[in-house]
Design a protein. Structure first.
Length: 275
């Protein structure tokens, strides 16, 4: 397998740590971001970087062509990582909010993946690794839009893994729990754009959500780990001769995966609600 990888969402957090970590291990890393300014910053850090916006089909197409020209039409691995959240109660999410988040968190993943697969088929080998979440395993209040995209992406990834059997292309899910990142801060513009919380039947409940959304944390969340914990599992997914179908990151994900299978639904709902 060609030791090259395309990573999305590299402006910060999981994507940035993965790009730097894999480069240090000798991988040729193509680190992409939505904004050219972020790409320029990554190039200053010694990474190969160009723009890729999941929400823009033309951007995806241009990024794939850029990759082809840089690496002679080859790619060993793809790490679909970029995503965003739009907090809010399900009853307050308009159609546009769901359309916008699915464009990035699901449709963008699929569009990029299907354009990369022919390179891997030609080589007879490759790794497609999708970054899911503990919220692809269990639901949590106020996160309905994000949960919906991750549940859908998990299903699509499982199907792709079955369909790629015998091609030399391995398909893997990484499922992080709480990871230090900017996803909360980055969700604020989407919340403000789509959720009319002041006229919601849950307006009083939203006031507590707003405090957590807008105020900086004084300490890491329970079970929270740094992005390097995801990179460590990514390395296993890339370099193991026989990678697992799923890699859990953080105790929270392991606990919820176990609880989902052994607990009756009322007990699982109680556990999730208690947090």
């Amino acid at each position: 397998m060609d030791k090259s990888i395309l990573i999305t969402g590299c402006s910060s957090g999981i994507g940035l740590d993965a790009a730097l970590g894999l480069k240090a291990r000798g991988w040729r890393v193509f680190a992409t971001c939505r904004q050219e300014a972020d790409c320029a910053r990554l190039r200053d850090q010694g990474l190969e970087s160009f723009a890729l916006d999941y929400a823009d089909e033309a951007s995806i197409s241009a990024a794939v062509e850029e990759l082809r020209s840089r690496n002679n039409g080859r790619l060993g691995a793809l790490f679909n990582n970029g995503a965003f959240a739009c907090p809010g109660a399900v009853e307050d999410l308009p159609r546009g909010a769901l359309r916008e988040i699915f464009e990035v968190n699901l449709f963008g993943y699929q569009d990029l993946t299907r354009r990369i697969i022919p390179m891997m088929r030609e080589a007879g080998a490759g790794r497609i690794i999708n970054c899911s979440s503990v919220l692809g395993l269990v639901a949590m209040k106020w996160r309905g839009a994000y949960v919906a995209t991750k549940f859908a992406m998990e299903g699509m990834t499982d199907v792709l893994r079955l369909e790629m059997r015998g091609t030399g292309i391995e398909v893997v899910l990484i499922e992080p729990g709480p990871i230090t990142s900017r996803i909360r801060e980055n969700s604020i513009p989407h919340f403000e754009k789509w959720v009319d919380w002041e006229h919601s039947a849950r307006a009083e409940e939203y006031r507590g959500l707003l405090h957590r959304l807008y105020h900086s944390k004084n300490a890491p969340d329970r079970f929270e780990l740094p992005p390097s914990a995801v990179t460590a599992k990514l390395v296993k997914a890339l370099e193991s001769p026989r990678p697992a179908a799923r890699y859990y990151v953080t105790k929270a994900t392991t606990l919820m995966a176990f609880a989902r299978w052994i607990l009756p639904r009322p007990a699982l709902d109680w556990l999730i609600t208690k947090g």
